[in-house]
Write a protein of this length. Structure first.
Lengths: 483, 259
């Protein structure tokens, strides 16, 4: 039996001015399944870490208590299991079986009992590979299911899940949710789940708790009640409230549909990429055409070559075969041979992880970098920076360090940096990935505006809502080929 | 690409031998190689090592690729000791100011180059046929190395290939931003430093997350750890050690003592 209780719990990380969590009182009974919601920055992850007993007393300032069966959560860690977002930073060992055994070894389980428990945990999540299968060779969804098995092997009474599918493609996410529902069936594990994409996980939970960003709890009850009463305000905060309590995001009727796309701006012919040492080519004989005022969506499972294609189109990766030609290039050479300033003026690339793109220690500097390298005068640079800051609602952050921005802000800044040299071609890799609903809407509006002002755009994405809203053509990749 | 896994065919007998037994055997051979400066010893050992290579299950191509830096080092040692050695006797082969090469210098350089190779190759083979996980297990269970250290190092080792990919991405992202260094060495250095900084920021963030995930699974629980797999010296491991010792002794007597 495990009851979890927070009594007036507040937490402020050492060295931070603001509280991460403030004044939360909540009781979760044994066997309850709770979905924890709240705007980004409301302290959901901190709350889960506290429940897992992972907030060391000397790493911040605490008020109130976090109790598991009446005792401080830090002393009850053996009863709690927590699964995080990123599978890469949860797997410890090189072999799948060893990774599941890791937690059991730590808890002093006798050698003879370890392997039967490992087998049981692996089969409970539907993991079909042999025990010595390399953890590197697994897809993200498989890795996350393996990590779940590692958590479950120790048979926790309280299971905490911190956005377990946020880093996965739709197929992998579905497999993990599938594994979860298999695991939960027939068990009375207490569950607290944090997840942006509410609709998909609703079948797993029976209670919804919404954190108020300023502190305390805004709503608590059955999903039906909470979404009926608070659906609209939650959606406004960025929560993906499911139907029927909210309308699905769709194409804005006032938006042109992009069918008016014009001349070819970039043409890639029979492009192939093979990385040294790789068993097979990442890309084989792909033809792509980007037109002014058009948006091409590139879709397909992880590992299908989408990101390699984005790098080739962006002039960042030399194709091993085939050719890429750009209308209005600085020379007859292909884009990957251009100097960087010439490239940035013609093709803007937005990477999946915004932080890869940040070079300076200030938002405004970040936007001035490209134009300055392109030789613009200082007054023009300033005007361009001010314009971009305002357009992307970043003016209040002009002096902030790019590495301290929230997910949505970092994404807007990374798009702004790609726009800073005013390129006519844009290549975006998963721009809406992991974004809350509000940022999603802003990005869709922004990219629609760019398309309609004549940019030639390619977007690599899993996001079907996004594709439906904006793409005039779709390219489906599989195994490095188009199909 | 960096691959943390062993490169030997998993069916080779040597792969299943205890990692510490393999390292001990390699040390014996290295010790023997150090025992004399005679080129005949180095040559004999190299020939024997080459003859035994098929038994380790390491493919010749992979093996040669692995020892490319070692081969370069041995070559350099040989050349430097030949060309810059002073006071060597024997026939003078070449004399131009400070460069003075005699037959005994060549003897000497050759012996040193062979010695470097003969000494290091057993170690290279021992590691190439050992899974890092097995080595960590053996270190913890047999040499009582702290699990905190051994498993921490193992987890960090697993992250290396990720960092290599990350480096490429950050470098490409810099180019997309309009930043490149061209042929200017100062700008190259600055770009390298800024890429390295971005890589470190990401690596530290990752390492923190991994450490949290490990602790969440009880790594810091303080409970005495148990082991999923028991590592100890088995019969075959003793045979490996004994055979190596006997072979070393035989080579020593035949090559060093008899001359």
């Amino acid at each position: 039996m495990s009851t979890l209780e927070l009594r007036g719990f507040s937490w402020r990380h050492a060295g931070r001015a603001a509280h991460a969590v403030r004044d939360v009182t909540l009781r979760v009974e044994h066997g309850e399944r709770v979905l924890l919601l709240g705007a980004s920055g409301a302290g959901k992850s901190t709350l889960l870490a506290a429940c897992a007993g992972l907030l060391a007393a000397d790493s911040g300032e605490q008020d109130g208590e976090v109790l598991i069966d009446g005792a401080d959560a830090r002393t009850r860690r053996d009863r709690v299991g927590i699964l995080f977002q990123d599978p890469e930073t949860q797997l410890v060992m090189a072999r799948s079986g060893d990774d599941v055994a890791f937690g059991l070894e730590n808890r002093g389980v006798p050698t003879a009992d370890i392997w039967p428990m490992v087998d049981k945990a692996l089969s409970s999540v539907g993991f079909d590979y042999p025990l010595d299968h390399s953890t590197h060779a697994l897809s993200g969804g498989e890795q996350q299911r393996l990590a779940l098995a590692g958590v479950l092997a120790a048979e926790p009474e309280v299971l905490l899940l911190d956005e377990p599918t946020a880093n996965l493609d739709p197929l992998g996410a579905a497999a993990v949710r599938d594994g979860l529902s298999r695991v939960l069936e027939g068990r009375d594990t207490t569950l607290i789940l944090v997840e942006h994409r509410v609709g998909e996980v609703l079948p797993l939970v029976d209670r919804v708790v919404v954190l108020e960003p300023g502190g305390g709890i805004r709503a608590d009850g059955t999903p039906q009640r909470v979404f009926a009463e608070h659906g609209a305000s939650l959606a406004a905060q960025g929560v993906w409230v499911p139907e029927p309590w909210s309308s699905p995001p769709g194409p804005d009727p006032a938006r042109p549909d992009g069918s008016s796309s014009g001349d070819t701006r970039l043409r890639a012919e029979k492009v192939g990429v093979r990385y040294p040492d790789a068993p097979r080519a990442a890309l084989t004989d792909v033809d792509v055409e980007l037109r002014d005022g058009g948006l091409l969506a590139v879709t397909g499972a992880n590992g299908s070559g989408k990101s390699s294609l984005a790098l080739v189109l962006g002039g960042l990766l030399a194709p091993t075969t085939g050719r890429v030609g750009v209308e209005g290039g600085p020379s007859a050479r292909p884009p990957h041979r251009w100097r960087a300033p010439a490239l940035a003026r013609r093709i803007g690339s937005v990477f999946q992880d915004p932080e890869h793109q940040f070079v300076t220690s200030q938002v405004a500097e970040e936007l001035a970098l490209g134009p300055r390298a392109a030789g613009m005068s200082e007054t023009d640079v300033e005007a361009r920076v001010a314009d971009l800051l305002e357009h992307l609602r970043l003016s209040h952050l002009a002096r902030a360090n790019p590495f301290t921005l929230s997910g949505g802000e970092a994404r807007r800044l990374s798009v702004a940096t790609a726009l800073s040299c005013a390129p006519r071609i844009l290549v975006l890799d998963e721009p809406t990935f992991g974004q809350d609903r509000r940022t999603w809407g802003e990005l869709v509006d922004l990219i629609a505006g760019l398309r309609d002002s004549g940019h030639a755009i390619a977007v690599v994405t899993h996001d079907t809502d996004f594709t439906d809203a904006l793409a005039d053509r779709t390219l489906v990749m599989e195994g490095g080929r188009t199909c | 690409m960096l691959t943390p896994a062993a490169v030997a065919a998993p069916s080779a007998i040597i792969v299943r031998a205890n990692p510490l037994a393999k390292l001990a055997a390699a040390s014996l051979i290295a010790g023997l190689a150090l025992s004399s400066t005679d080129w005949a010893l180095g040559l004999t050992l190299l020939v024997i090592e080459a003859a035994l290579l098929p038994l380790t299950g390491v493919r010749v191509g992979r093996f040669l690729w692995r020892i490319r830096y070692l081969a370069f080092a041995a070559f350099t040692v040989g050349v430097v000791n030949t060309v810059f050695a002073t006071g060597g006797g024997g026939t003078v082969w070449f004399d131009a100011g400070p460069l003075h090469v005699t037959s005994s210098d060549v003897d000497n350089g050759l012996a040193l180059a062979l010695r470097v190779g003969a000494m290091a190759i057993p170690g290279v083979l021992a590691l190439a046929t050992t899974d890092p996980t097995d080595l960590a297990d053996a270190l913890i269970q047999q040499l009582r190395v702290s699990p905190r250290f051994a498993i921490g190092a193992l987890a960090a080792f697993r992250m290396l290939p990720l960092l290599a990919g990350e480096w490429r991405l950050i470098a490409m992202a810099r180019r997309a931003r309009g930043v490149d260094a061209g042929w200017n060495p100062v700008r190259r250095l600055r770009l390298f430093a800024s890429t390295m900084f971005a890589l470190l920021v990401g690596a530290i963030r990752r390492a923190t997350r991994l450490a949290t995930a490990m602790d969440a699974r009880g790594f810091d629980s303080g409970v005495p750890r148990t082991h999923a797999r028991i590592r100890r010296m088995r019969g075959g491991d003793w045979v490996l050690l004994a055979a190596t010792a006997v072979a070393c002794l035989a080579v020593y007597v035949a090559v060093v003592v008899s001359r």
